[in-house]
Design a binder for this molecule. Structure first.
Ligand code: SF4
Length: 324
């Protein structure tokens, strides 16, 4: 069924969030780390499933602060001021228990730097007390192991407009993928899925588009199970990269090609000027995209109308409105 340009997903998408980011008083100091963009901005599109792994360990709030400590080949979770107080086994058991009960989620926003939740560059201390930022929290690691495709970000990285938009696109794309798998995958359906994401993929480096294209070109009925896993893993990796202005401008010129017959010289020139102004950084992505979407509404092209790059996201997400 054809998608409308104004299509907005009717149902909110379940996304896992560290409870402290939603204002829950679950931190070691008894407080929270409310993040308004997460708790308010994203709530128009996402249904939050809050989790606090340390509270779930039965540690209470307030509690002793924890840290990751390297001991030989392993990393353990201990109290910051008493590394003999080792919570590693308890953290692993708790993570397994939480994940077993977790409903299906399509993304996770976790608290940065936390030895339990932090997904990237969490401090790992040596026994001597020196720290390197090369770890991930116990719960974040368990979540990734349970679902390696799940889009995961921390609230700090979501302050970057490019990474934020990439995360939101990825959550939506992952939900579409899960729905496709649940209804039953076929070679034709995977090819259609790839086709409908074509322009979104084109807003990333050209080599990414070529890589995904090669996977799809090699699809057969007999290798579908294997190739489809390769495809979605590669797509999630590609969409995790923030699009560049150059790649997006290039993608818009491809879209413009589908309006060649419909538009007169002046309209085309005006559109090109807006795309080029976007490329310089003086306009947000939304400006040329709204113009393009409007032209396609007046001069519909069946192929372009299927493209998810033209999908309208809920306004409160602020998609494509930043000049960053
Ligand atoms: S970072 Fe994670 S474990 Fe720490 S308080 Fe927040 S939700 Fe709980």
């Amino acid at each position: 069924m054809a998608k409308e340009l104004s299509q907005i997903d009717a149902n909110k998408i379940p996304v896992l969030v560290s409870g402290c980011l939603l204002g829950q008083n679950v931190r070691f100091d008894g407080g929270h780390k409310l993040d308004r963009f997460v708790s308010e901005g994203l709530s128009s599109a996402f249904e939050f499933i809050a989790v606090c792994p340390e509270l779930a360990m039965g540690l209470g709030s307030p509690r002793a602060a924890l840290r990751l400590v390297r001991e030989g080949d392993r990393v353990k979770l201990t109290e910051s001021k008493n590394t003999a107080a080792d919570y590693t086994a308890r953290a692993e058991e708790t993570a397994a228990r939480l994940l077993e009960k977790l409903p299906r989620v399509y993304g996770a926003i976790l608290k940065k730097d936390s030895p339990s939740c932090g997904p990237f560059k969490v401090k790992v201390y040596s026994e001597g007390g020196m720290a390197e930022r090369n770890g991930a929290g116990f719960f974040a690691n368990a979540l990734r192991a349970a679902d390696p495709l799940l889009p995961v970000e921390d609230e700090g990285r979501l302050n970057d407009a490019g990474l934020r938009e990439a995360f939101i696109e990825r959550v939506y794309a992952y939900r579409r993928w899960v729905a496709l798998v649940e209804e039953g995958l076929s070679v034709a359906k995977l090819m259609t899925f790839h086709r409908d994401h074509k322009f979104m993929i084109m807003s990333r480096p050209r080599s990414d588009y070529a890589k995904l294209g090669r996977i799809v070109a090699g699809l057969t009925k007999s290798n579908l199970a294997h190739q489809s896993q390769m495809y979605i893993a590669a797509l999630m990796e590609v969409l995790a990269r923030a699009p560049s202005r150059g790649a997006r401008a290039n993608m818009m010129y491809h879209l413009l090609g589908y309006l060649k017959q419909a538009l007169g010289w002046e309209d085309k020139k005006a559109l090109v000027d807006v795309v080029e102004t976007y490329r310089t950084g003086a306009l947000p992505f939304a400006v040329p995209m709204v113009l393009l979407a409007d032209y396609f509404r007046r001069f519909p092209d069946p192929y372009v109308m299927q493209q998810y790059c033209l999908m309208r996201y809920p306004m409160a997400l602020g998609m494509h409105t930043s000049n960053a």
